[in-house]
Design a protein around this ligand. Sequence first.
Ligand code: SAM
Length: 265
Amino acid sequence: MTTKAREQQSFGENPVDVRETDHYTDEYVKGFVDKWDELIDWDSRAKSEGTFFIDKLRELGVKKVLDVAAGTGFHSVRLLEAGFEVVSADGSPQMLYKAFENARRRGHVLRTVQADWRWLNRDVHGEYDAIICLGNSFTHLFAEHDRRKALAEFYAMLKHDGVLMLDQRNYDGILDNGYDSKHQYYYCGDNVSVAPVHVDEGLARFRYQFPDESEYFLNMFPLRKDYTRKLMKDVGFQQIDTFGDFQQTYKDQDPDFYIHVASKA
Ligand code: SAM
């Protein structure tokens, strides 16, 4: 990388006013990215997630996967190790750098591309059987036209019968009933505290506190489940199955996360 990695997050005078799609690259600064794997402890995460995505992808006969929110590489590496062909994209160079290092340490050379979802087809080439956008990533898009554009770019990169797997926090539960994270499906690091500090219909601002007393924030758009499903339908996906915390049946308040599996055919 030619640019020096930024160390500090910057949300300005009034952090709850920061509601911009472009801000995500300023939020994943080096210190936060370095701690990200503490936050999402790979071993516990793999254990709680089980083989949900691997099983689903195999069931669907998927071979070629594009991970559009590679982050530090957790899913890309798991899928590589399960025998899938994987290309790993992310808009954040910090994240991709970390993903590449993580994969190298496990004996893989990750095929990485820096790409923002809104211009994905410009920077990533080829057609894929599946696209994954996991770890509550889609929530970083603040404008509806950005969400539609990103989904349209995903749709265009899929084969005629391809699938998109996209997950999100259960924001309906948080908006309607407050935050209650009894489940620890994704954020399994033991000593890391994750909680919202501000929630309204246009913003969910979360704080991540680490054992060394450092803290970082993410400003996200609180996607309601049915709204996300509708956007996927609008873009052209034919069938959308929504799972709660990796289970097919869920009560609306219970899951921390939803996983949408959207098919083109
Ligand atoms: N999927 C990883 C995981 O589960 O650990 C990372 C999740 S992290 C919450 C969200 C990721 O989405 C970050 O790596 C961020 O850089 C990426 N991201 C957010 N908005 C993006 C955009 N518009 N284009 C490309 N990547 C984006």
